[in-house]
Design a protein around this ligand. Structure first.
Ligand SMILES: Nc1ncnc2c1ncn2[C@@H]1O[C@H](COP(=O)(O)OP(=O)(O)OP(=O)(O)O)[C@@H](O)[C@H]1O
Length: 469
């Protein structure tokens, strides 16, 4: 079991050409946590007497500043989690931040350059590379891609996705088993035997992803997307299977509704997103509080799906994506505040091992045969489960002789063969039952005789009385 707090990183998105930078500084300390300071200068328009805070400081595992490259982010953030998943633990990496702050760029990557590949393709590449190198185990890999949009789940790897309207698609629903494990109905698990197949599935899912325009961002996704890599591994000949999964999560934009300036249908969407992120925040607050017994996971689909990733059996890492544009400073501060709370949560990751019953049976049968062979070698006789006719006759004779022998010290010696010992016990049980039955029969007859004599005496007694009268 590995008990550790959620690791929280921050990534600052490069400033766009028309954007004005806010004031911030990064202090990346190699030995301990790194710190980010954001300065919000007091506005003279608010008057001379102004107690508003100017400096906001936050601690992170590491802060990736504007120039940080995708490979460095992968090596620092995702590689350690991928290694744990390969060892049989569950892992989650999720990106949280306002729309346009670089969540999708970090998790999936940019389309322009090969070097812009994000955490998902790099993780797939790394995992398949490692699996190929390890010939000591047999691995099976599947992927699934879930989109949560307006509190409904959709399978992004469903081939009907492109052809059908979202409303017509089968909805992914949550089911909970008696052990409170979450199962997702209608979410397909697609097998991927190599990196190329897995990348094709990622591409299919990304093509299917819901895209709508908002005034905040031209190509913003307002759904939560969870790409999951499922790995099972087994050593040849062993009945123990290890299952692990890695969730790579791109959450919807965390900005507050008022700022986005949307209305109508998009407002409904925004409310749903804010509501599910609000529930996520509630779960985080509850988990960060000590002695809190109820954690409100069931309030939204996303928190239900991520239940194990937050406060459960998982190695979890969060990347807070920040836009340092002056207009987005408030949102960046609230993202950092959220991240600080997440950093307090402790998870307990355990190895997910189970025994394959079919393989267990095969193994036990093999073991029995080996023991039989060993016994045959020692006794010089091939042992079958049934006694032979000849052996049975011999036993019957031995039992009869034993029962007829009046010597109280006589013994019944059948050797160390459980089949023979059991046979003798059964035989003796039947013998005793027969004696008991015979005894009951005798008793019944005696009772009847007694009754008959009683009746005769009564008659004689009455006759004698009649004579005297
Ligand atoms: N570190 C980066 N380096 C270069 N470009 C980036 C970086 N981060 C983001 N971008 C670019 O900024 C734009 C917005 O980023 P992205 O789509 O990743 O934001 P997002 O947080 O996922 O937004 P949404 O909430 O809409 O999904 C994209 O064009 C992306 O390519």
């Amino acid at each position: 079991m590995v008990k550790e707090t959620i690791r929280v990183y921050a990534r600052v998105k490069p400033l766009g050409r028309r954007q004005q930078a806010g004031i911030y500084s990064v202090d990346n300390d190699e030995k301990s946590l790194s710190s980010l300071e954001i300065i919000v200068p007091r506005d003279l328009a608010d008057g001379f007497v102004n107690n508003k805070r100017e400096s906001y400081k936050f601690k992170f595992q590491k802060i990736f500043d504007q120039e940080a490259k995708q490979d460095v982010v992968f090596d620092t953030v995702a590689k350690p989690v991928a290694e744990c998943v390969l060892a049989g633990y569950n892992g989650t990496i999720f990106a949280y931040g306002q729309t346009g702050s670089g969540k999708t760029f970090t998790i999936t990557g940019g389309a322009e350059r090969y070097s812009d590949r994000g955490i998902i393709p790099r993780t797939l590449s790394y995992i398949f590379d490692q699996l190929q190198k390890d010939s000591s185990k047999v691995y099976t890999t599947h992927v699934s891609y879930l989109e949560i949009y307006n509190e409904c789940g959709y399978d992004l790897l469903d081939s009907r996705h492109e052809a059908s309207r979202l409303e017509d698609m089968p909805k992914v629903t949550i089911m909970e088993d008696p052990d409170q494990n979450i199962h997702l109905k209608n979410l397909s698990l697609q097998q991927a035997t190599n990196e190329e197949e897995a990348l094709n599935l990622l591409f299919l899912g990304d093509t299917n992803r819901m895209i709508a325009e908002t005034p905040m961002n031209q190509a913003s996704t307002r759904s939560h997307c969870i790409f999951t890599i499922h790995i099972s591994s087994k050593e040849p000949g062993s009945a123990t299977i290890r299952h692990s999964k890695l969730h790579l999560v791109d959450l919807a934009g965390s900005e507050r509704v008022a700022k986005t300036g949307v209305g109508g249908h998009l407002l409904t969407e925004a409310k749903y997103i804010n509501l599910s992120l609000h529930y996520l925040e509630q779960v985080i607050i509850a988990l960060a509080e000590k002695n809190r017994s109820h954690i409100p996971y069931r309030n939204s689909m996303m928190t239900s799906v991520l239940r194990d990733s937050l406060g459960g059996n998982c190695m979890t890492t969060m990347i807070a994506t920040l836009s340092i544009d002056k207009r987005n400073i408030d949102e960046s501060i609230s993202t950092c505040r959220f991240a600080q709370r997440v950093a307090l949560i402790k998870n307990e990751a355990v190895l997910n091992e189970e025994i394959d019953p079919r393989l267990m049976i095969v193994q036990l049968k093999k073991e029995i045969q080996e023991l039989k062979d060993e016994l045959a070698l020692v006794t010089g006789k091939q042992r079958t489960s049934e006694l032979s006719q000849e052996e049975l006759l011999q036993l019957d004779e031995l039992i009869e002789a034993f029962l007829e022998d009046n010597d109280p010290d006589s013994i019944l010696d059948v050797g160390v063969d459980m089949r023979k010992i059991k046979y003798c016990f059964v035989h003796l049980k039947v013998f005793l039952l027969n004696i008991a039955e015979a005894g009951e029969e005798e008793l019944k007859k005696l009772k009847e005789l007694l009754q008959q004599r009683d009746n005769e005496i009564s008659i004689l007694y009455e006759e004698k009385n009649n004579i005297w009268v």
